[in-house]
Design a protein around this ligand. Structure first.
Ligand SMILES: Cc1cc2nc3c(=O)[nH]c(=O)nc-3n(C[C@H](O)[C@H](O)[C@H](O)COP(=O)(O)OP(=O)(O)OC[C@H]3O[C@@H](n4cnc5c(N)ncnc54)[C@H](O)[C@@H]3O)c2cc1C
Length: 337
């Protein structure tokens, strides 16, 4: 295992701030995973696994070892008349994997096109978009348990998936995910419930969409709506959409009839965090080197912030304003380090 000392993390995360790591290494195989875990224990230094860095915010220099996941490979384990089972290395680029499946005609993840990041990070916050969550295609997750120093396999139920969460999110840095198994459908049911998907298909005069059509529609929607991290530092949605009990929802709805919310169960509602933030006047504003994206208030953008602390402080001011106006405490989706 090779390590580099005192390295700038700027190229390795999508907010591209200037924080550094005291040690840095690259993982390309299972042996590297065991080696970084051992190195971290032997040297008594914290370990952080990084995929593409599209869901992290460094607020200070990382005093420990950052290991970038580059374990690759897409392997077909099984195929039947209706399904295909794939095992994918944690370092594979997520969108590359989606495109690979779409081209082969294997459905289930096409609505998750163009989400930045790696395959290994996808189960961590159970990535989701446009009515689909990755949990519905995951069969197995293979990981190294850094507490017990053993390899472990989790089936779907054991991953404890929920809205932007999982067993892995709730035990940060304990498990190093090496491979993920996905079951994809050869005769998939396409998910076009989102109005915006239907609009794009209509504009393109597509009546019987294919997997490629859905993927292209999602790519168009995301390109128009979200900032490109290569041009404007961001980590996508900075906050989760809050889930609240129906009583609280009804009180708020009386006071703010325009509020956007969706029932999730008979007793809970999911509020659009972007609407709450916009209602507090943050959409499109810029304070110092940080702001809220002008097309989507939920996305905090960096206009060249040198330190992640400035971005964190800005997110604090959003949390405070939303709490004062709506008595709701927003929870960050981005991993704060
Ligand atoms: C423009 C933009 C749009 C986005 N849109 C969406 C969206 O629609 N839906 C959505 O759900 N997310 C979205 N995101 C967030 C992000 O793309 C996902 O969370 C993605 O899964 C992060 O992958 P990553 O490889 O960059 O993870 P990183 O940011 O590198 O890591 C995220 C967390 O996972 C841990 N981690 C990463 N890899 C491993 C591993 N192999 N083993 C153990 N721990 C690991 C890290 O330590 C960290 O805690 C968006 C981000 C951006 C920038």
């Amino acid at each position: 295992m090779q390590t580099t000392n005192n390295i700038s993390l700027k190229p390795y995360h999508s907010f591209a701030c200037e924080e550094t790591a005291s040690h840095f290494s690259i993982i390309t195989c299972n042996k590297d995973i065991e080696a970084v875990a051992t190195w971290s224990k032997t040297n008594n230094q914290p370990l952080l696994i990084l995929g593409s860095g599209s869901n992290v915010l460094f607020t200070k220099d990382f005093d420990g070892i950052v290991a970038k996941m580059e374990l690759m490979g897409i392997k077909k384990l099984n195929e039947t008349a209706s399904e295909v089972l794939l095992e994918v290395g944690a370092g594979e680029n997520w969108h590359y994997f989606v495109s690979y499946c779409v081209q082969k005609g294997w459905g289930g993840i096409e609505n998750l096109s163009l989400i930045p990041g790696t395959v290994g990070a996808s189960p961590i916050q159970n990535i989701g978009a446009y009515g689909v969550e990755v949990k519905d295609t995951i069969k197995h997750v293979s990981a190294y348990d850094t507490i017990n120093d053993t390899w472990v396999n989790f089936n779907n139920n054991e991953c404890d998936f929920g809205y932007r969460t999982s067993l892995f999110k709730n035990a940060p840095n304990r498990y190093i995910i090496s491979k993920v198994q996905f079951t994809l459908q050869k005769q998939p049911t396409l998910k076009t419930d989102y109005g915006v998907i239907r609009e794009v298909l209509h504009d393109r005069n597509i009546k019987k969409p294919s997997l490629v059509d859905i993927s292209n529609a999602i790519i168009q929607i995301r390109t128009e709506k979200l900032p490109d991290p290569k041009k404007l530092g961001n980590a996508g949605s900075f906050f989760k959409n809050p889930l609240i009990p129906i009583d609280q929802f009804e009180q708020l709805k009386n006071k703010f009839p325009q509020m956007i919310a969706y029932p999730t169960t008979d007793t809970t509602y999911k509020l659009a965090a972007g609407w709450l933030i916009e209602a507090c006047g943050f959409k499109g504003i810029k304070i110092g080197n940080v702001g809220c994206y002008d097309k989507q208030a939920l996305v905090i953008v960096s206009y060249g912030a040198l330190s992640g602390k400035e971005i964190f402080d800005f997110s604090e001011s959003i949390i405070q304003s939303v709490r004062e106006k709506f008595n709701i405490t927003l929870e960050r989706e981005v991993n704060i380090l």
